[in-house]
Structure formats: structure tokens, C-alpha cells
Design a binder for this molecule. Structure first.
Ligand code: ZN
Length: 410
């Protein structure tokens, strides 16, 4: 089944000693030993595909036991948040440099002449800011380490960016949307901006409209990765936004139900990444940009379906439908549970200046078009609500704004 791997056997198999070493590390973890007891050391890609997949909890259990350290020559060992959307922070490890030399060898969106705003939040054990800083460092450009700013600060910073001739900006798509929405609201343009780097969430099509208004010459440059795997792949403006060229030190495999798993072939990787599943589904194909080799198309998270009164609700589908509505810049579903049962579903809409949507019409459209909603709320349709809000609910710990928030009601 080697066509389900990002690398051909002749390339990957000579480097599987890294996977064998990772397997030995995972076997040494008392809580995981039984999972790997029957597994032989992988010599071929088929052997590798037969190993158990590792999930976030398993990886965090392994890291708690292994507590890896960077080799002395690699600098310090950095600890970053690798948690899900709830609970206490879990920890991922990386050496100084964050493996970005391997990324920069194949992907150079930034050049020496660029003036780059690093708008990924810094601090709180977040990784992306430092990873992007390492990439910018390798490119030799000018770096403005801005991080996150408060609502009332955007206009001043944007005016400063325009005056400073900023040519590149990077952040999560949610954060980028805020920057561009504020620029549009203030009537500000960034005429010198040519590059928008992103990582951490899927690209949001609304950003294309933002860019057309604020920075018509700017194009997107994406990275795909996680705090467990670090950067797996990258794309260019010539690639679809959901398609990434994977790095040779990252072995990507498409498993059951199209779930992607990742195995590191990088000898310096500190996290024991062996058939690690991020929860993303995907496929391997030839990228329309024409660059040779298998590219990874990310199809979204398999966990985007939640149970609402015994029926599966496709969160991403509902959110995408709402975000196609003119005037909606972002949408979020909030499920409120009472004693374990879904009491209400609220669709929150962040609306852009000019053109607030007709929430009651959208609500009726969604109810009639979504089997789960119409069936689950057959007897209390008023429990599905659509509301405009000034802010979506973001997780203060991770800084991410998820498409779905589940909370326990009063
Ligand atoms: Zn491509």
C-alpha cells in the first residue's frame, strides 16, 4: 500500500532506522508498552503501516515519561503547548531552531529585502511565533515581532506598517482576519504587502476578499503542522490553499477513513512521532502547481462531526454555510448542554462592516437545509438560534478561536 505514503519506498525505507528508534522509545513507556508488544521493528513501509497509530493522549503520556532533551550542539530544549482545546496545557518539545532549517531549505517565502510582521502571539508557551521567527532569521529579512494586540491598537499599528513599508505578515488565519478587517474598517491599505504567511488553522476564503481590498498584490504562503509534528508541509500561491508539499523528513500516511498519520524521519526530532494522528483527514495527490512528488491535501478534521440529540452535526459544514453569507466575516457554533443533553445550539456571527445579514432568514435556511438541526429541534426549533456578536468565543489559553464551543449550561 505504498501509494498511501508521501515518500516512495526507495526514499523512505533507508531512513526507517529513525522510526525504529522512536518505536524503542515508545516501548520504554510503561503505560504504552503493551500497545507495541506484538509489533516488530519496521523495515518496510508496510511494516510501518502495521504499527498502532498514536493519538495526542498517547504522545503526551510518552513525553511525560521521556522528557526529551536537545543534543548539546542544538541549543536549548523549548517546551510548548500541545494541548487540545480544553484542560491543562500539555507539552511538546523542540530544540532551538524548531527544525526550520529543513523547511527553509525547500520553502523561501521571505527574502532579504522583506519587512516581515510576525503577528503570531508570543508567550504562553505558544510555538508558532518562534517558529516563524526562526524562518525569518534564516531568510535574513527585517523582522517586526508584533505578536497580538488589543482591539483599540490595530489602527495605529496598521498605519505604522504602511509607513514602514511592510511587505510580509504572518499569523493564524483568525488573527489575520482581524488585522485585515480592522484595515478595511479604517479604510487603510498596505500597498507594499506582497506575502501573507499562515499556519495553525485552515485558510479562510474570506481572507482572499480582505486581501483584494487591503493589499491587492499580496499572496498566501501556507504551512501545515502541529506542536507534535512541527512543520509537515508548505505551499505557495500556485497551490490550492488546502494542499501542501510535504518535507522529506516527514513521512505522511493515509490510513483508515482517510485519517492522516505522521512519522518523523528527522534524527533530531524530540517528540516521539510515530504514526501520530492529528485528527486531520487527507489524501495524497499531484499538486496542480506542477511541482513533482506527492502533495498532501487536507480534507478537514474528522472530529468536526458532533452528536446533537443522537444525530451527527457537521460543524464545519454549518459554519462554512454561514460564512458564505454576505457580511459574515466569521461564524462559530456554540452547543450548550444541560445534564449531558444538548439544550441549545447557537450560531454566532461576526459581521463585517456594511451588510449585516438577515439572521432570521439564515436561521430558517439552515434549519430547513440541515437534517440534523431540523430533526433534533423538531419540537423546540427556538433552541437553535442565530445571533450577531461583537466577538467570538476564543480559548484564552491557546489563543485559538475554534469553529465549535461546547459548554455546560446553568
Ligand atoms: Zn503545489
Amino acid at each position: 500500500m505504498t501509494d498511501l505514503f508521501s515518500l516512495p519506498p526507495a526514499t523512505a525505507e533507508p531512513r526507517l532506522h529513525i522510526a525504529r528508534r522512536t518505536l524503542e522509545q515508545l516501548r520504554s513507556v510503561p503505560e504504552l508498552a503493551h500497545r507495541y508488544a506484538g509489533s516488530g521493528a519496521p523495515r518496510t513501509l508496510d511494516d510501518l503501516a502495521a504499527l498502532p497509530a498514536l493519538d495526542k493522549d498517547g504522545l503526551n503520556t510518552a513525553l511525560a515519561h521521556l522528557a526529551p532533551r536537545a543534543d548539546r550542539g542544538a541549543g536549548a530544549t523549548w517546551l510548548f503547548q500541545s494541548g487540545g482545546s480544553t484542560g491543562a496545557p500539555k507539552v511538546g518539545y523542540a530544540p532551538t531552531g524548531f527544525y526550520m532549517a529543513g523547511v527553509h531549505a525547500r520553502w523561501q517565502p521571505l527574502e532579504r529585502d522583506d519587512v516581515f510582521v510576525n503577528a503570531w502571539g508570543a508567550g504562553r508557551m505558544w510555538g508558532a511565533h518562534f517558529l516563524a521567527a526562526a524562518l525569518a532569521d534564516l531568510s535574513g529579512c527585517r523582522i517586526l515581532a508584533v505578536g497580538s494586540v488589543a482591539t483599540e491598537e490595530y489602527a495605529d499599528w496598521l498605519a505604522f506598517f504602511a509607513a514602514a513599508g511592510v511587505t510580509a505578515i504572518g499569523g493564524t488565519p483568525s488573527v489575520l482576519r482581524l488585522w485585515f478587517a480592522h484595515a478595511r474598517a479604517a479604510g487603510l491599505e498596505l500597498p507594499a504587502l506582497r506575502k501573507v504567511l499562515w499556519l495553525g488553522e485552515a485558510w479562510q476564503p474570506q481572507l482572499d476578499a480582505d486581501l483584494a481590498a487591503v493589499a491587492p498584490r499580496a499572496r498566501r504562503w501556507g504551512m501545515f503542522g502541529s506542536t507534535e509534528t512541527w512543520v509537515v508541509g508548505t505551499n505557495t500561491p500556485d497551490c490550492p490553499a488546502d494542499t501542501f508539499h510535504t518535507l522529506p523528513e516527514q513521512l505522511v500516511h493515509v490510513g483508515a477513513e482517510d485519517l492522516l498519520d505522521f512519522t518523523t524521519l528527522n534524527p533530531d526530532m524530540l517528540n516521539p512521532v510515530l504514526r501520530y494522528r492529528t485528527g486531520d483527514a487527507g489524501t495524497l495527490l499531484a499538486c496542480p502547481c506542477g511541482r513533482p512528488g506527492a502533495a498532501m491535501r487536507v480534507l478537514g478534521r474528522r472530529d468536526s462531526v458532533v452528536q446533537v440529540r443522537g444525530l451527527g452535526l457537521d460543524v464545519d459544514g454549518v459554519v462554512a454555510r454561514a460564512e458564505r453569507e454576505p457580511g459574515v466575516s466569521r461564524a462559530q457554533l456554540v452547543i450548550t448542554e444541560l445534564r449531558g443533553r444538548v439544550a441549545t445550539v447557537d450560531l454566532l456571527l461576526l459581521t463585517a462592516p456594511g451588510g449585516p445579514p438577515d439572521t432570521e432568514r439564515l436561521r430558517k435556511d439552515l434549519l430547513s437545509a440541515t437534517f440534523t438541526l431540523s430533526t433534533a429541534f423538531q419540537h423546540d426549533p427556538e433552541s437553535f438560534r442565530v445571533r450577531r456578536v461583537d466577538e467570538l468565543i476564543s480559548n484564552g489559553r491557546t489563543g485559538k478561536t475554534a469553529a465549535l464551543v461546547v459548554r455546560e449550561g446553568a
